[in-house]
Design a protein around this ligand. Structure first.
Ligand code: UD1
Length: 417
């Protein structure tokens, strides 16, 4: 367990290369189970969630190596083994192994996945999709798939789910016949998985829309794929600059994927320029309060940026309302921000935030990945010193966060508890 000591009030200056995307690479790692031979990922982030997924793939018999941003997976010798509660505790992404195992072996046994505690996070939509494709599923705490031969089918989701759409894709690429996924999630990480699978020989069309068509192919082939930049990490650094002040170039950050984030920031007075090879962000003045922010499925405002925006709202001029519609327990940092002097009133899934000139450094404790990152941003902006606990959450998704902030000029020091 470690915590971060932050001395607030130092602006960030310089350039940072945005790491590869966690939520893009995790499903691709599960997809590697479907490929005979070695799959190579470039620009792979070295983060705890990727390492946790690598351990699971190794347990399933795959050879996995992560070195210098290159991840190789050879799952030729894989075999289905039971993944228990402890195996599945570390990352939500490991539920994607269910679809891949069902597709490759017709059998699997996995416990319910862990991940951040931001709401109930059921897996009923994952199971629904796999059943439609012919998976013979049973069990509650442990989900078992037995003697299943997957076949193309029509999957109509009652609501879009990123993970369930990805699981359905993994199950469908090698299934006999044609699969339609309706009301599919349109998040870029679904698109990236489709692009990866197509590069490996799959036949998927409709990418980027709510209707995906997958024509089953006999086999996939080894491929080398570059993991795209992490839009949430880019958004987090953008918010960091707007909290701490300064001017930073976010190399490889994609403008289109971040429109729902950059649009309200620009309207609130942030200087953001999308260039060919990244995004330049500068704080020239105190932000004005944003218009109403509501988290929604892509292309709406991402729930994974909600905590960071709470901090920005706490510092903006005026009153903001932020509504969370995706996860039911995602205002966990509010009591911590209030300790720093933030004026936030939460009623059900809405937070009303009255911005203050400044926050004050305090002892803070993060309890989930994005919330902990947001507390670090609050501490960077604050008067005086803060200590942020929960760094183990941060390490799940941010590569070298502390070192990167340090290089940009933040006064931060990691300490043991
Ligand atoms: C993924 C991301 C997460 C992000 C989220 C929403 C990964 C590893 N994680 O999570 O960072 O915050 O998308 O953009 O990629 N739901 C059900 N039943 C299900 C599945 C989901 O009711 O079987 C509900 C969830 O509780 C939530 C909503 O659907 O309310 C959306 O969740 P989903 O899109 O599935 O998120 P994840 O794939 O878990």
């Amino acid at each position: 367990m470690s915590c971060l000591r932050v001395f607030g009030g130092f602006p960030l200056e310089g350039e940072i290369k945005i790491q590869g995307s966690k939520n893009a690479v995790l499903p691709m790692m599960a997809a590697a189970l479907l490929v005979p031979g070695e799959v190579r990922f470039e620009n792979c982030p070295d983060i705890a969630d990727v390492r946790a997924m690598a351990v699971l793939l190794e347990k399933l018999g795959a050879a996995v190596k992560l070195e210098g941003g290159i991840l190789t997976i050879n799952a030729s010798g894989a075999h289905p083994v039971f993944l228990d509660e402890k195996d599945m505790a570390d990352t939500r992404g490991c539920i994607l192994l269910l679809g891949a195992l069902a597709a490759r072996f017709g059998e699997a046994a996995v416990s319910h996945p862990g991940g951040c505690v931001i709401g109930k996070r059921p897996v009923d939509l994952h199971l629904f999709a796999l059943k439609q494709l012919g998976a013979n599923l049973s069990g509650e705490d442990v989900i078992r798939c037995e003697r299943s031969c997957l076949k193309g089918a029509e999957v109509v989701f009652p609501m879009p789910s990123v993970g369930a759409t990805q699981n359905a894709l993994l199950a469908a690429v090698l299934a006999d016949g044609v699969t339609w996924i309706h009301n599919a999630a349109r998040e870029p990480e679904v698109l990236h998985l489709c692009n990866f699978l197509n590069a490996a020989g799959a036949d998927i069309t409709g990418m980027g829309t709510s209707h995906l068509c997958i024509r089953g192919v006999k086999k996939l082939s080894p491929v080398c794929y570059r993991v795209p930049a992490d839009r949430i990490v880019a958004g987090t650094y953008m918010a960091a600059v707007l909290c701490a002040g300064g001017r930073v170039f976010l190399r490889e950050a994609g403008g289109d994927e971040l429109l729902a984030v950059t649009r309200p920031l620009k309207a609130a007075g942030a200087a953001i320029r999308v260039l060919a090879d990244g995004i330049l962000v500068e704080k020239k003045r105190r932000l004005r309060a944003f218009d109403y922010i509501k988290t929604e499925p892509y292309p709406g405002f991402p729930t994974d940026m909600q905590s960071q925006f709470l901090v920005l709202a706490a510092l903006a001029e005026g009153v903001c309302v932020i509504e969370e519609t995706i996860f039911e327990a995602r205002f966990g940092i509010v009591p911590e921000l209030k300790k720093m002097g933030a004026q936030i009133y939460v009623e059900e899934n809405k937070a009303v935030v009255e911005g203050q000139e400044s926050l004050t450094g305090r002892m803070l404790c993060g309890r989930d990945l994005r919330g902990t990152a947001a507390l670090v941003l609050a501490a960077l902006s604050a008067k005086g010193e803060s200590v942020v606990g929960g760094m183990e959450y941060l390490e799940r998704g941010y590569e070298n966060f502390v070192q990167s902030l340090g290089r940009l000029g933040a006064r931060v020091r990691e300490e043991g508890l």
